[in-house]
Ligand binder design. Structure first.
Ligand code: MSP
Length: 647
């Protein structure tokens, strides 16, 4: 039986577009999940949206929408984004789903029946933004919220309370008995001192607004949004439902459960949630990892400051690997990190394009040039054996360190271990000068041994990168023709694959980013100015309307698309333009995958004289924009019928 691993992100507040900070937790969890899968765990990964509460009711009102419509829209934004980022969550829970609401109702009623929740009344300073009460001494500058700095309001209401005080000592004991329950250590210390300072019972219902889960036995009360939200981690597993098999498997009998959260919501997860579980008689199975925040040079990301950066913008321009690589690497363990366009460009260029990309392409071209692509493990000793042995030893150390770091949620450090391995491998090339060895027939077996070491080391790095460079790692395996049995974590042993047969072109992992162009581009994204860098505009000679009317432009729909058999830059499209389905050859293979185009509504120059392009007939041209070398197809609205004239 495989060991289980259950991991969750916080469920997100649907407050608009997700910036890179909010994408961090999800990318982090996705990376860890992929790592655990490679280690042979049976994984389950949950994320979702936190859709109740006054803040959301107000946001919906501001948008002129019903709350349900508002949250439907934002939940779809979240789901689209996770898809774009290739996040492999197994479930997506929304707190407005009946499967969740029914569980929260039961949890509340059980705690009420047990007298862990009781009715009382409350008067305090309430922050709408953070959905939390603060005492007078906690407030900043008079009546400002200590967390977000917004004005708090004095609210008095009849409310239910959860007896936190009753569980204070048991919680402290639990934290002491389970030293790795809360990590990093500094966060644990914060929690311990907060609990030791004394827990007040927590107000867990509201009567001032409607948008939430009603307390079944007293429906003028709405369940406090944190009691509602925290329950998602088990409601999504079917806790208290007719089928609780997932709950039994991944929670009760599960081997590992991890909640990953940002430091801002530590207290809720480290205090309220375990106390809720104790009161419910549910075992506290989880480990809590609280990460820091992504900041910008001038502080927190905010639209009004003009310093927000959105993940989809970066992914669309640079691809998945650079984004995912950067985002999980740049935030140091436990601390905050700063996003800067300069760092983004230089990390991608240095660590992926230079260190890894060059190593792969140099090694492949040497294997082909000197050995026709076939390179075997050579066993006898030679003058460079010491260097090779150093590499082998280091690879073992890095693999062990990487695993230890990943297991402690130190993904960024684990990634540095791979970089160390890659750099040591590059160093072997400098130490041995393969091109010099190739000149002497007597040193060809020495050369073969060196190249074998490079190849097998690349294989190890590509395995370690599997949870991170999700597109590049498979490309490396393909180019090196590494069979599946040598791609797994159990194949992380130097020398396991005895022979390499490398015929393919060196894979084009990632293009080098032109710092002079890309840094200003990202800066302009941050200011929300434009989606693309400014282009130099030179208008061609004037034409008359008659000249223009000679061009027959039509709306068409792409019915199929495939790669051109003889030209890597070309795609073959079949486009329905109303009169017929025409074949069109287009030079956009660098920018679109064939499957991305199928179903798109586009504009076609329909009366262009047919030509053959590299052996394939092309009956027209599709319209596209060229933005500093990046080609983007002009899409037509599907409100137009196929064959509509464009004028
Ligand atoms: N809805 C609550 C969580 C309830 S869980 C039972 C919530 N949602 S949130 O949308 O505000 O935040 C979701 C996650 O994104 C949190 O882990 C938060 O820390 C994280 N981040 C939001 N901005 C961030 C940065 N700038 N940097 C890193 N992570 C940050 O809290």
């Amino acid at each position: 039986m495989k060991k289980t691993f259950y991991i969750t992100t916080p469920i997100y507040y649907p407050s608009g577009k997700f910036h890179i900070g909010s994408a961090y937790t999800t990318c982090f969890c996705d990376t860890l999940t992929r790592y655990k899968q490679l280690q042979g765990f049976d994984t389950r990964f949950l994320t979702g949206t936190d859709e109740h509460g006054l803040k959301i009711q107000q946001a919906a009102e501001a948008a002129g929408k019903k709350p349900q419509d508002h949250v439907d829209y934002i939940a779809s934004l979240a789901q689209d984004l996770w898809k774009l980022l290739a996040v492999q969550n197994d479930d997506f829970i929304r707190t407005t789903e009946p499967r969740h609401e029914r569980v929260v109702e039961q949890i509340f009623e059980q705690l009420l029946a047990q007298d862990d929740i009781y009715l009382g009344s409350y008067s305090g300073h309430y922050c709408v933004q953070d959905e939390a009460y603060f005492t007078q001494t906690q407030l900043k500058d008079g009546n400002l919220c200590p967390d977000c700095g917004r004005e708090t309001k004095i609210v008095q209401e009849e409310t239910y309370f959860l007896r936190l005080s009753k569980y204070q000592d048991t919680l402290l004991q639990f934290i002491e008995d389970n030293p790795d329950f809360i990590t990093p250590e500094t966060r644990k210390n914060e929690v311990v001192s907060f609990v030791k300072s004394g827990l007040n019972d927590l107000s867990v219902s509201r009567t001032a607004f409607e948008w939430g889960i009603k307390v079944p036995s007293n429906p003028k009360h709405v369940v406090y949004v944190w009691i509602d939200a925290l329950s998602n981690y088990i409601s999504a597993l079917g806790y208290k439902s007719t089928d609780d098999s997932l709950y039994q498997k991944y929670w009760v009998e599960g081997n590992e459960v991890v909640h990953v959260v940002g430091k801002d919501i530590l207290r809720f997860h480290a205090i309220y949630w375990p106390i809720m579980l104790m009161a419910l008689g549910v075992p506290i199975k989880f480990k809590l990892f609280a990460h820091g925040w992504y900041m910008m040079k001038d502080g927190k990301m905010s639209k009004s400051k003009g310093n927000v950066i959105y993940p989809d913008q970066l992914v669309q321009r640079y691809g998945l690997d650079p984004f995912r690589y950067y985002i999980v690497k740049e935030l140091p363990y436990g601390g905050d990190g700063v996003f800067t366009p300069e760092d983004f460009v230089s990390r991608v260029n240095t660590e992926i394009v230079n260190d890894l990309g060059n190593l792969v392409s140099r090694t492949i071209s040497m294997a082909k040039k000197y050995f026709n692509g076939t390179v075997r493990q050579v066993t006898h000793h030679h003058e460079f054996s010491t260097f090779e042995q150093q590499l082998v030893t280091l690879s073992g150390e890095m693999i062990a360190s990487y695993t230890a770091q990943m297991d402690e949620f130190k993904i960024s450090q684990a990634m540095s271990d791979i970089t160390t391995l890659v750099n040591r491998t590059n160093k072997l090339i400098d130490e041995t000068s393969p091109w010099a060895l190739a000149k002497d027939p007597n040193t060809m077996d020495v050369l073969e041994s060196v190249i074998y070491h490079l190849l097998d080391s690349i294989r190890l790095a590509a395995i370690l990168y599997r949870p991170i460079l999700i597109e590049s790692s498979p490309k490396i395996f393909e180019a090196l023709q590494v069979e599946e049995q040598y791609q797994g974590f159990d194949a992380l042993v130097f020398g396991l694959k005895k022979e390499y047969i490398v015929n393919a072109q060196a894979p084009h992992l990632l293009p080098r980013l032109d710092a002079e162009k890309e840094i200003p581009f990202i800066q302009s994204l941050m200011k929300g100015e434009s989606k693309a860098p400014k282009v130099e505009v030179i208008i061609k000679d004037e034409i008359t309307i008659e000249d223009f009317s000679k061009i027959d432009l039509r709306v068409g729909k792409v019915v199929s698309c495939e790669k051109h058999p003889n030209a890597a830059k070309l795609l073959l499209l079949k486009v329905d333009t109303g009169d017929k389905v025409r074949s069109i050859v287009s030079g956009i293979a660098e920018f679109y995958k064939p499957e991305d185009l199928v179903g798109k509504w586009i504009v076609v120059v329909a009366n262009l004289k047919p030509v053959k392009l590299r052996g394939e007939l092309s009956e027209g041209m599709i319209l596209a924009g060229d933005s500093a070398g990046k080609i983007v197809i002009i899409e037509a609205s599907s409100d137009l019928s196929i064959g509509s004239m464009v004028k």
